[in-house]
Design a protein around this ligand. Structure first.
Ligand SMILES: [Cu+2]
Length: 361
């Protein structure tokens, strides 16, 4: 079917070309000058102006009428600054775009072919060339260097007391890993340790991993620096938190990170928007496969005290998967059970030497 459609299109183009050739030949045969300008020329010139008015008009109409649907309220510290940079860049580029469009189309109309007008020979003008080289160079340098400063600020090392949260993308879901409340440090991981249950590839030789927990919602404290550590298991994904102006690719084999401070709790945003059902959301913004659309992740921003309470209420991954105590070095098992909150009397089928360790507890 595609082949037939393709052949049809080729045939149609061939017919158009032959008609064009034929009409040219007929004109020559009837002694008409080929370069004669018909009324079609001024119609074209006029249509260029119509095109300019319609396209610039619809550009501005759409941008203003739908402003709220793409300009989300900002809820992070750096977001306010990147928004300012964005709108300055937008102002400069839209001004240049509008001026160039108007001049270009008006010139097309104004200087359409006229029998008794001849183009002026005007090879160059050094002042003009200097102006249109130096002015854009200065404007672009200012834009780039202020942007670079904001970028360096975002990607610089996080504060020591920042909340570190790990986000892992895989086809087609996000998971979050939090350091537990007792050590506040994420345990090491190794992709070779990933299996059906150990989706993080958690390295249980590292005592920091004992109280790490998995979350199916991204909880963030308000007013406290958060460092997102981002990785991917299979293909490229991308962490996108639109209200916080956070966007960072999740790259397999190359961990990335992004630090930011959320400034409005979910409740505050509900009040601001007058929408009691509002919820923050994280999305994958890298087309990562056919289930890409399902990579949504709920986000909750709360006051620090509520955030700490939520964290304390979560169960350590090790507690949910006590079979993995077997992978904890024998000397560390007791510490692991305490840290993960596994009751000592819990019956776990472990190798004999483990039982001895636990018995002494
Ligand atoms: Cu994805």
């Amino acid at each position: 079917m595609n082949l037939i459609i393709g052949l049809g299109v080729v045939l149609l183009l061939a017919i158009f070309y032959l008609i064009f050739r034929l009409s040219s030949l007929v004109s020559i045969a009837s002694g008409k000058k080929l370069d004669q300008v018909t009324s079609g020329n001024s119609v074209n010139a006029f249509l260029f102006v119509v095109f300019m008015v319609v396209s610039l008009g619809s550009f501005f109409w759409y941008s203003i009428a739908h402003f709220d649907s793409y300009d989300l309220p900002v809820a992070s510290e750096h977001g306010a600054w990147t928004d300012t940079l964005f709108w300055i860049t937008m102002g400069v580029t839209v001004a240049a775009f509008v001026i160039i469009s108007i001049v270009m189309f008006i010139f097309l109309y104004r200087f359409q072919y006229h029998e008794d007008r001849k183009a002026k020979y005007y090879p160059d003008n050094h002042y003009l060339e200097l102006a249109w080289t130096i002015i854009p160079a200065i404007v672009l340098s200012v834009l780039i260097f202020t942007g670079l400063r904001a970028w360096n600020d975002i990607t610089s090392p996080a504060a020591d007391d920042a909340e570190v949260i790990e986000l892992i993308g895989q086809q087609f879901a996000w998971t979050a890993r939090y350091p537990g409340v007792s050590d506040r440090r994420l345990g090491k991981y190794d992709f070779r340790l990933i299996d059906a249950m150990n989706e993080f590839g958690l390295d249980l030789n590292d005592k920091n991993s004992f109280d790490d927990f998995k979350a199916l919602e991204l909880h963030l404290p308000k007013g406290k620096e958060v460092l997102l550590k981002i990785r991917a298991k299979d293909v490229l994904h991308s962490v996108f938190l639109p209200h916080f102006r956070v966007k960072m690719d999740a790259v397999p084999g190359m961990p990335t990170q992004f630090k930011f401070v959320a400034t409005k709790t979910t409740e505050e945003m509900r009040t601001e928007l007058g929408d009691p059902d509002f919820n923050y959301e994280m999305a994958c913004t890298e087309i990562c496969g056919k289930g890409h659309f399902s990579m949504r992740f709920p986000v909750v921003v709360e006051e620090v005290a509520d955030y700490e309470k939520w964290k304390a209420s979560q169960e350590a991954w090790l507690k949910q998967n006590p079979d993995y105590l077997e992978k904890v070095p024998v000397a560390l098992r007791e510490a692991a059970m305490i840290k993960a909150g596994i009751p000592a009397e819990m019956e776990i089928d472990l190798p004999a030497e483990a039982a001895t360790t636990m018995g002494s507890h």
